[in-house]
Structure formats: C-alpha cells, structure tokens
Design a binder for this molecule. Structure first.
Ligand code: LMR
Length: 329
C-alpha cells in the first residue's frame, strides 16, 4: 500500500484525540535517488524524525533512498500520479515543468556558498517554488547539495579542451548539454543510478557531480581523475503532490512546514562541510588524481561557457537572469 491515508472526520485534529489509534496514521512516502550519507539523505532523515516527534507518531514519513522506489526519470510522473507523495529531485530535473529552473544550472552562476544560500532563500528561490503551483505541485523547500566537479578516466582535466570528445554522463538538461557541447564533449543525459555501471564498463568515461555523490556512489573507484572545478550547482526542490497536501489538516500542514524548515536550516549549515569532509576521505583513501582549478583556470572555463547565458536568456526570462547575474558579479 502506498501513501495510505485514512479518512478523518471533517475538522478533527487526530493528535489531540487519545481515542484515535494507529489506524489514523498518515503515511507519506518520500522517495529519493541518492545515498543516505549525503546532504539530501540526511535532511530527509531529519525531516522524517521531526515530523514523527512533532505529531506523536501520527504522521509517518517513510524515506526510500537510492532510487529504491523510482529512478530520477520516473519519480516526477509518479508524484503527479499520486503514487508517491514526496520527492526531492535535482532542480535541474524541474526544467521540464518550467524553463525558469534552468537559471540554477548556469555555469559559475553562484560562485560561493553564500551566493547559493542567498539565491535559494531570496527572490530567485521564491519565484521558482511558486512556478510549481501551476503544475499541481506543492513546493516545500529548496535544499543544497553543493558544487559540481568533473571526473574522468582520461585526464587530467585542466583546460576546457581537455574534455573534447569525452563521453560524459550528465543529468538530462538543455543547459548542461549546451555547456558540454561548447567544449566538444559528448554528454548524455542518463539516470543517476546507472552512472556507476556505465563508468565501470567504460561505456562512459566521465561525469559531473558533487563530491557527496561521487563519494557515496564510489565513482572515484572507477575514475582516474577528479577536477575540483566548482563549476555548477546541484540542489533540490522538495515537493509534494498538491492534492495530497490539500487533503491534510491545517495542523498536519503546520507540523510538516515546521519540520521542513528545521531540516532546511540543517541542510544549509551542513551540506558544504559534508562535501569537504568527503573530499578528504577520497583524497586519503583512493588513488584518484585530484586537480584543483586555479582562479585563472576557472576564469578560462567561465569564459568558454559564457554563451550558455545568452542561449537561455529567453527561456529563463530577463528578470530572473539579471537577478542571478547580479548575485554572481
Ligand atoms: C544526479 O542525477 O546526478 C543528481 O540529481 C542526483 C541527486 O539527486 O543528487
């Protein structure tokens, strides 16, 4: 049974009523595709724990990590059908709903952790979450993973031309496609949980992702080179099926909102540190060669990718784009 939600009498607040037992429990399935020891995995667990505590067990968040229920390409449709109640896809994957989301994928758009937090907590984040209303989706929060890096078997990757003709896995995205087209790479949009296998079998020779995903999915075991480029952002929209949300009582909605705010604050405090700790672990425990791009090298990549901004100006909208450029500069 998925998302079992028993009927409650109109206006009753089940947690105030000792007579009501477990049959009134609301179960919310929360499916995501990454490991548990990641910024998203930890925030999801914290959220589930706080909802459980605040509701005295009357609302149960069942977190299913690692794509155990749906792959990243399936989960959005599953949410819209109501087969799963909550997911937290990469913001990149929401551009099929509204092209505005592509603003968060622009290369080197948010160069520091402060600029990421400012964008997500401010106008940019609000505009994006609101754009989901038209799609019958309730946007609950934006979570951070961190900066994307590049791994390959054909390195070192120091200059943009080093990616020429490399076969890379990317998230399905026009912005990311354009970004890698510009440097002559052959990038393919594929499921996250197929990446390790395709790298291991050498069908692909590289990919871009955050350290936390590279670490927790052991991509470093099947790649010879890692470039710390911090060239892009990976974060998540935490979203719920809107009809399901609307059927919750006001009190249930309040508990979920409060627990979500706590989990989001925790996520914003710990995600960057988590990526750094896991980079240390990769450095200590694997033989992968690591190159840190210098500031000068980063400027070379950013310049090469500048045309992406022009190419997506009308998709993203001038207003949102100029807000992002202000943050960047
Ligand atoms: C990816 O597909 O690389 C990421 O979106 C996975 C994730 O959810 O962090």
């Amino acid at each position: 049974w998925i998302g079992f939600h028993t009927k409650m009498a109109e206006g009753t607040l089940p947690f105030d009523d000792d007579q009501k037992g477990i049959q009134d429990q609301v179960v919310i399935k929360f499916s995501h595709v990454v490991a548990e020891n990641t910024p998203k995995g930890l925030a999801a667990q914290r959220f589930a724990k706080r909802v459980n505590e605040k509701s005295n067990g009357q609302i149960k968040i069942e977190v299913i990590p690692n794509g155990g229920l749906y792959s990243d390409q399936e989960e959005l449709e599953a949410l819209q059908r109501g087969d799963v109640q909550m997911i937290a896809p990469a913001t990149t994957k929401l551009s099929s709903f509204s092209p505005k989301w592509q603003v968060l994928d622009l290369p080197y758009a948010m160069p520091t952790s402060e600029s990421i937090i400012k964008a997500l907590n401010g106008d940019i984040g609000n505009t994006l979450l609101q754009s989901l209303e038209k799609k019958q989706i309730k946007g609950l929060a934006l979570w951070i993973n961190g900066f994307k890096q590049i791994t390959t078997n054909d390195g070192p990757i120091v200059h943009p031309d080093h990616l020429k003709r490399q076969n890379l896995r990317i998230m399905p995205s026009k912005v990311l496609q354009k970004q890698f087209d510009l440097v002559g790479a052959k990038a393919v949009g594929l499921d996250f949980n197929d990446t390790y296998r395709l790298l291991e079998s050498k069908e692909l020779n590289g990919e871009e992702n955050t350290i936390s995903n590279i670490y927790s999915k052991k991509f470093f075991d099947v790649q010879s080179h890692l470039t710390i480029s911090n060239h892009g952002f990976l974060g998540y929209a935490v979203i719920m099926n809107e009809e399901f949300w609307n059927n919750l009582t006001k009190q249930q909605q309040r508990i979920i909102t409060e627990a979500m705010n706590e989990a989001t604050r925790l996520n914003q405090r710990q995600s960057f540190a988590m990526n750094e700790e896991q980079l240390d672990l990769i450095e200590k425990n694997s033989s992968i060669h690591i190159h840190y791009l210098t500031e000068k090298e980063k400027r070379e990549w950013a310049k090469r990718w500048e045309p992406v901004y022009r190419a997506f100006k009308s998709d993203i909208g001038e207003d949102l784009l100029s807000k992002m450029i202000q943050l960047r500069d």
